[in-house]
Design a binder for this molecule. Structure first.
Ligand code: NAD
Length: 470
């Protein structure tokens, strides 16, 4: 596949092999873009931003509807591409494509309601006759840097709101799974001015760094690890930043919870995309009264999952992104067992596959609880009451989302108020995300929000007009 720079598909002799994580076979190659390619893309985006800001929102909206139509026509191609590229089970790739279409549709709708407001200037002395109102102005060029785990929807969560707000975009997708982003650029470019959307493949240290440091890029919208996010914030200078970073989301199961539903949520939340989800359930915090019943049912349900070929529609859990990722999970699980955790299920690696794994008697100070484990592992932590559950939930540097199972409205409200997270979800697991909701964490999980309307807010600036009577 090719890069898209200034409306042209650019090839290079130096290429990156893209492997299917399930069998490690090369499925495609993409150009090894460098700083010069990134600079060319940024210059094109800067030039086009002057045209983009003058396009009526009616037309911007139509372009986004057209892109939605094109993505709908090509859904099957994208589903397979995502599964081959990052090993996601086909049924989950189908879900990602459905959500990606929805993200574009929401952006097409939102592009026509980017409002300013009138300011009551007469609330201040001397403002009696003065009129003030604001409008929302596009920032110019948005640099979008994305991870491998949702290689289509996370690209669209940046590109579609950026276009809706009349910004131009330079995307740097993950080199671990860049194919969906490149294919998307191919179908979207037909409907956009040259330079509106650019996609440059290459390393973070070269292409990513150029986008982060460029004086012609007005905003960085980044999704990825905390380490990369911190490093970007140090290099970005005076750009607006949205950082959607790692998570370590808890699922609290309180004494009066509906256990069947909590087990179902824990299974869905822990093993979706082999645990490679920023809002995956990474810690299960159990009230001692229900801990035994929950654990027995959870282990049974985990054992029923089908692990294997991600192209089979029956598969629940596919491979991790590569063998190194699976080895990292193997090491942290073995370390936890050495430190006293009890292995109740799983704990086996085969190449890039790691079996869904349940660990009991986990201490909340262990690394497996303190650090984000990006794999299919469920550490179970026992607590005596809700206060201890909330204390454990808050006892990490992360704060993305949290799920709480309880039938008691008072406990639900207490947990919702006191858990430090971007969202607290009652009676559902943390993997719940509607694409229009304000999404984004606190603490080290990041800053700023996505979710179309909220992304647009972060991709525009407020300009004030003041009219004085003569
Ligand atoms: P990563 O940080 O390794 O890479 C993300 C992107 O940053 C890639 O495109 C990479 O090439 C680029 N990059 C790397 N170094 C860079 C640099 N120096 N300058 C600029 N760009 C650079 O993350 P990953 O391993 O691809 O993704 C997994 C992480 O992403 C997990 O921590 C996960 O929780 C997080 N994530 C967060 C969200 C969210 O919305 N909060 C969503 C998905 C994934």
């Amino acid at each position: 596949m090719h890069m898209l720079i200034n409306g042209k598909f650019i090839d290079k002799s130096e290429r990156i092999d893209i492997k299917n994580p399930a069998d490690n076979k090369i499925i495609d190659t993409v150009p090894y873009g460098n700083r010069k390619d990134a600079k060319t893309a940024i210059s094109a985006a800067k030039r086009t931003s002057k045209i983009a800001k003058e396009i009526p929102s009616r037309l911007i909206s139509e372009h986004l509807y057209d892109i939605y139509g094109e993505l709908s026509k090509n859904s099957k191609i994208f589903e397979k591409l995502i599964t081959h590229d990052c090993g996601k089970p086909l049924k989950d790739s189908k879900e990602e494509v459905i959500r990606s279409k929805q993200t574009i549709l929401l952006s097409a709708e939102e592009s026509k309601r980017i409002y300013g407001e009138t300011i009551p200037m007469d609330a201040c002395i001397g403002g009696e006759e003065v009129m003030g109102f604001t409008t929302k102005i596009p920032l110019g060029v948005v640099g979008a840097i994305t991870p491998y785990n949702y290689p289509l929807n996370l690209v669209i969560h940046k590109v579609a709101p950026a276009i809706a707000a009349k910004n131009t975009v330079v995307v740097k997708p993950s080199t671990k799974a860049p194919l969906a982003a490149l294919k998307f650029a191919e179908i979207a470019s037909t409907y956009l001015e040259n330079g509106f959307l650019n996609v440059v493949t290459g390393s973070g240290s070269e292409v990513g760094d150029e986008i982060v440091k460029s004086d012609f890029v007005d905003k960085i919208s980044f999704t990825g690890s905390i380490e990369t996010g911190i490093s970007i914030s140090k290099r970005a200078g005076m750009k607006k930043l949205t950082l959607e970073l790692g998570g370590n989301d808890p699922l609290l199961v309180l004494e009066d919870a509906d256990i069947e539903k909590a087990v179902d949520a824990a299974v869905k939340g822990s093993y979706l995309n082999a645990g490679q989800v920023c809002i995956g359930v990474k810690r299960i915090i159990l009230h001692k009264k229900i801990a035994d019943e929950f654990t027995q049912k959870f282990v049974k349900a985990t054992g029923k999952l089908i692990v294997g070929d991600p192209m089979s529609i029956r598969t629940d859990v596919g491979p991790l992104i590569d063998e190194n990722a699976a080895i990292t999970i193997e090491k942290i699980v073995n370390q936890s067992i050495d430190e006293g955790a009890e292995l109740l299920y799983g704990g086996k690696r085969r190449g890039s596959f790691y079996t869904p794994t349940v660990l009991d008697n986990v201490d909340s100070k262990m690394d497996i609880v303190q650090e984000e484990t990006f794999g299919p592992v469920s550490p179970l932590i026992h607590v005596n009451d809700i206060d201890e559950a909330i204390k454990v939930a808050n006892d990490t540097k992360y704060g993305l989302q949290a799920g709480v199972f309880t039938n008691n409205i008072n406990l639900a409200l207490k947990a919702a108020k006191q858990i430090e997270a971007g969202s607290v979800i009652i009676n559902k697991q943390s993997t719940y995300r509607a694409d229009n909701m304000p999404f984004g964490g606190c603490k080290m999980s990041g800053m700023g929000k996505e979710g179309i309307k909220y992304a647009i807010e972060e991709m525009t600036r407020t300009k004030l007009f003041i009219v004085n009577p003569i």
